[in-house]
Design a protein around this ligand. Structure first.
Ligand code: KIV
Length: 292
């Protein structure tokens, strides 16, 4: 596969380079990936951060929410993505139920991800007790990305897949969570589905990079789900999704053309077949004729 023109010279994304990007107001580009080819594509496109999001529960495993995905499933997806990456920072989502119980559980799960997949950092959702879990994982030497606003793992308890922080009181809660995650040592935080006004109000207090998804243009960077931006996923896209390609249509057209070709005898042709020396072919026929 051809790579991004700058890939040979592109520097590795590090926590330091992300902080520099924020300071220099150079937007940070993050995208999700869930396997070797999607990671290779994100890498070739020159993104800064690849997130193996638990959105993979829905986009690649077919669950109806992010809740059911297991640690084992996330480990497989993350390890595959790792093999497709060169320069982007690799962040893995810790799945629902794998970190909330105690600091010990959170550290053990984060360590398992780093040791078995080679990811650089982990992401966990919400404020509240998650702030303590973030502090514990950071203290264990593993970088943590926070995630506030619409937190899909707890969508039921926050009123569903809807934007958060639409009243001043609710928005203050989102801002407090972001600031607490910053104080806990997170290197970055995702703001998902909150009004731009909330982002703009809290950004002057955010010293760590903020990556937005449906949080307006005032953040330090943006993240989109791979399948949403490429038009692969067959669901109703969220308001904040901008679709940059229609790959689902192109993929269906490709597979349909293949099916049609097989059915009509258009594939395979001679150029797709392996040849055998004529004398070997003749001998094979003789040998087969002698077979019982
Ligand atoms: O799981 C995911 O894809 C995410 C992003 C939307 C930030 O958490």
């Amino acid at each position: 596969m051809s790579t991004h023109p700058d890939s040979a010279s592109r520097a590795q994304t590090t926590l330091t380079s992300l902080a520099e990007q924020k300071a220099e107001r150079r937007p940070i580009v993050m995208v999700t990936a869930y396997d070797y080819p999607s990671a290779q594509i994100a890498d070739a496109a020159g993104v800064d951060i690849v997130l193996v999001g638990d959105s993979g529960a829905m986009t690649v495993l077919g669950y109806d929410s992010t809740v059911p995905i297991t640690v084992e499933e996330m480990l497989v997806l993350t390890a595959a993505a790792r093999r497709g990456l060169t320069t982007p920072l690799l962040v893995a989502d810790l799945p629902f139920g794998s970190y909330e119980l105690s600091d010990e559980q959170a550290v053990a799960t984060a360590q398992r991800f780093v040791k078995t997949t080679g990811c650089d950092a982990v992401k966990i959702e919400r404020g509240g007790t998650t702030v303590d879990r973030a502090r514990a994982i950071v203290a264990a030497g593993i970088p943590v990305m926070g995630h506030v606003g619409l937190t899909p793992q707890t969508a039921v308890s926050i009123g569903g897949y809807r934007s958060q922080g639409r009243t001043a009181d609710e928005a203050l809660g989102v801002c407090r969570s972001a600031l607490a995650l910053q104080d806990a040592g997170c290197f970055a935080v995702v703001f998902e589905a909150i009004p731009s006004d909330v982002t703009d109000a809290v950004m002057p207090r955010m010293q760590i990079p903020v990556i937005g998804i449906g949080a307006g243009s005032g953040t330090d960077g943006q993240v989109l789900v791979f399948h949403d931006l490429l038009g692969i996923y067959d669901g109703r896209p969220a308001k904040f999704v901008k679709q940059y390609a229609d790959l689902r249509r192109a993929m269906i057209a490709g597979v349909s053309a293949y099916a049609e070709d097989v059915r009509s005898g258009g594939y395979p042709k001679e150029e797709h077949a392996y040849a055998m020396p004529p004398e070997e072919s003749a001998r094979l026929k003789e040998l087969l004729d002698r077979e019982p």
